[in-house]
Design a protein around this ligand. Structure first.
Ligand SMILES: Cc1cc2nc3c(=O)[nH]c(=O)nc-3n(C[C@H](O)[C@H](O)[C@H](O)COP(=O)(O)OP(=O)(O)OC[C@H]3O[C@@H](n4cnc5c(N)ncnc54)[C@H](O)[C@@H]3O)c2cc1C
Length: 396
């Protein structure tokens, strides 16, 4: 037993022999993007720790792959526009097709209140450099997506450059590119806590011993609040009902979202994916709820997309995953308020894949330059303590 213990300690010493300059927790799409962007700027000794056995052990593979710049805040629009630019040149820069396909996002309003919020957001989108997003009437909604049957529609918005991306292509691309630049990925390592000395992290306490570093980055997705420092991120179960493969609707159909209640659908690889938020309790449970949630989604679908009535759900293709919710449902990006060498890339609240390319760039800028090329001040971690959380909108 003694010998075994000594062997394990020796392995741990070898494992973390050289002190990394940057330690990132989480090899999801956000952590791998940050690792790549730091390494591309010349940072050596970047280490990414993840408790999974391979990249994508968290929420990233569960994303449905929507991309949009139609948001209601300047910071989110700026993140999307920067991401879009990077997704378009992803193949050249990273060597992989990001899957970006501009098939559009169609937001539908059934109430004047939702329509007013879409209009306000649309004005902001124009002011922020998204002129192609437009307000449309009910007839145009039906023309853009003829599969919809809903008498209550009052209008909507449409942006043709929104569309779809492939979450695991983006993650895999950043992972491989980061490795080529010398980033070390250590899988099977669980971060259990942080040893804080004064206003700095001295070391991460992990299942394979303490890990020291100069700078630490929390990219642990829905689990960001479990690493030993109080980060206001809570898990929220989101579920996807998938039909059998069908040609009733085309893969090129825009993402179609009812702003009033969040019901939305798209087609991916010939399956129609149906989503509705519902109100699940906050927990890490990712069991798919076929009992009460699924019948409600089928009811929405039958009422609003009647041509899907005869297309069965494939129970084996349905899944659930976790959103990483911040208190105001917007990302938390920047240096932690009380810990000088800890940066947060958390709380994307369901937009993490689409914003990952931009977040990787701006986090690397924050760490290396202390400022960012786009304005993300409203997403600073200290905003909750300052009472400056972001207001809710129909376009969360
Ligand atoms: C059903 C569903 C649909 C979605 N659709 C979209 C969409 O259309 N578009 C979009 O942009 N986003 C979408 N999202 C959200 C998106 O999946 C997330 O925002 C994104 O994946 C977050 O990436 P991440 O890297 O922060 O987290 P994750 O991918 O969860 O990665 C976090 C990593 O941290 C690791 N980790 C956690 N705790 C520890 C620990 N203690 N020690 C070591 N490692 C740890 C985990 O193993 C994991 O690999 C969707 C999510 C769901 C569930």
């Amino acid at each position: 037993m003694q010998d075994t213990q000594a062997f394990v300690e020796r392995q741990q010493e070898i494992f973390f022999a050289s002190m990394p300059s940057v330690v990132i927790v989480g090899a999801g799409v956000i952590g791998t993007s940050i690792a790549y962007h730091l390494a591309a700027r010349g940072v050596r000794d970047v280490v990414v720790l993840d408790r999974g056995n391979e990249p994508g052990a968290g929420s990233t593979p569960r994303a449905t792959g929507g991309f949009r710049a139609q948001f209601a805040t300047a910071a989110d629009i700026a993140l999307s526009l920067l991401s879009r630019e990077k997704l378009i040149r992803f193949s050249d820069e990273i060597g992989v097709d990001s899957g970006y396909r501009p098939y559009g996002y169609l937001f539908i309003a059934r109430s004047e209140q939702a329509m007013a919020q879409l209009r306000i957001a649309n004005e902001l989108q124009h002011a922020c450099g998204l002129p192609e997003a437009r307000v449309i009437d009910a007839d145009e909604v039906r023309r853009i997506n003829p599969a919809i049957v809903d008498d209550a529609i009052v209008g909507g918005t449409f942006c043709p450059t929104d569309g779809f991306i492939r979450a695991m292509k983006i993650l895999g691309g950043y992972f491989a590119a980061a490795q080529r630049l010398g980033v070390r990925f250590e899988f099977g390592v669980t971060v259990r806590g942080m040893r804080i000395e004064g206003d700095r992290i001295a070391a991460l306490e992990t299942s394979r011993g303490d890990v020291q570093g100069d700078v630490f980055i929390n990219a642990a997705g829905a689990w960001a609040g479990t690493l030993g420092v109080d980060i206001p991120v809570a898990p929220l179960r989101r579920q996807v009902a998938a039909t059998i493969e069908t040609d009733v609707l085309s893969d090129t159909m825009p993402m179609t979202v009812w702003a009033d209640d969040g019901f939305h659908f798209r087609v991916r690889d010939r399956r129609v994916l149906l989503l509705w938020p519902g109100s699940p309790p906050s927990s890490f449970d990712t069991t798919f709820d076929a009992e009460s949630w699924l019948p409600q989604v089928i009811a929405f679908t039958n009422a609003r997309v009647p041509r899907l009535r005869d297309v069965p759900i494939d129970p084996d293709a349905c899944w659930a995953g976790l959103y990483e919710m911040s208190p105001d449902h917007h990302a938390i990006l920047g240096r932690a308020p009380t810990i000088e060498n800890l940066y947060l890339a958390n709380g994307c609240s369901g937009h993490g894949v689409m914003h990952a390319p931009a977040i990787g760039q701006v986090l690397s800028e924050l760490v290396l330059d202390g400022r960012t090329s786009i304005d993300i001040h409203s997403l600073r971690p200290s905003r909750f303590a300052e009472g400056a959380g972001i207001e809710a909108s129909a376009l969360l």
